[in-house]
Design a protein around this ligand. Structure first.
Ligand code: GNR
Ligand code: NI
Length: 174
C-alpha cells in the first residue's frame, strides 16, 4: 500500500467531475487500499479519489471512533436514492481544505446505492455523521467543496488563507 499526496485548495483538479467506474478490478481495489491508508495517515474519516488526483467515482470512509476497531467502508459509483427533507448541521472539515472548519446544513438522513470493494451492489441507509460524511464525499465527485456552501466572504477568506500558506510552504522549500 502507498500513501499518496492529498491535493489542497486552490487546485483545479479538485473541481473536476469524476468519472463512473466501468468495473471494479484489481486496479480499483489497489486504489481503494491506497486511499484508505492515506486517509488513516491524515486522520480523516473519508476520502474521495479526486483528493489524490484520480478522477474516479470512488470513496473510502471510516467513522469508527479512536480506540475502536477500524471499520473501513468503500463506495464505488454511489448514487443518492433518498434524502430527508429535514436537515442537520455539522461542523465540517476537509483534508483538501486544511485547518478550516465551518457549519454546513445537509439532509439529516439519506439512502445510497453503490458498489462495494468487490463490485457488489449495496444499499446503505445513513444518518448522523455517516449521512453527513457520505454527502460531503459525494460532493467531491462533482467537484464541490464544503466551502462552496459558505457566504462569499467566508469562502474567499478561507481560499486567501490557504493560498498564503501554500506560498509560504513553497518559500520554505527554496
Ligand atoms: O476527515 C474529515 N472529517 C469530516 C468532518 C465533518 C464532515 C465531513 C468530514 S470529511 C473529512 C475528510 C475529507 O475531506 N473527506 O473528503
Ligand atoms: Ni473533503
Amino acid at each position: 500500500m502507498t500513501i499518496r499526496e492529498i491535493l489542497t485548495e486552490p487546485n483545479k483538479l479538485l473541481r473536476q467531475v469524476s468519472k463512473t467506474v466501468d468495473k471494479v478490478t484489481k486496479e480499483e481495489q489497489i486504489l481503494m487500499d491506497d486511499m484508505l491508508e492515506t486517509m488513516y495517515k491524515a486522520n480523516g474519516i473519508g476520502l474521495a479519489a479526486i483528493q489524490i488526483g484520480v478522477p474516479k467515482r470512488i470513496i473510502v470512509m471510516d467513522i469508527s471512533k479512536n480506540g475502536q476497531e477500524n471499520n473501513p467502508m468503500y463506495f464505488v459509483n454511489p448514487v443518492i436514492k433518498n434524502k430527508n427533507k429535514e436537515f442537520s448541521t455539522y461542523e465540517e472539515g476537509c483534508l483538501s481544505v486544511p485547518n478550516q472548519f465551518a457549519e454546513v446544513d445537509r439532509p439529516a438522513t439519506c439512502e445510497i446505492e453503490y458498489l462495494d470493494y468487490y463490485g457488489e451492489k449495496k444499499l446503505l441507509k445513513a444518518q448522523g455523521l455517516l449521512a453527513t460524511c457520505i454527502q460531503h464525499e459525494m460532493d467531491h465527485l462533482e467537484g464541490i467543496l464544503f466551502i462552496d456552501y459558505l457566504s462569499k466572504l467566508k469562502k474567499s477568506m478561507i481560499i486567501k488563507k490557504l493560498s498564503k500558506s501554500k506560498k509560504n510552504s513553497e518559500t520554505l522549500v527554496i
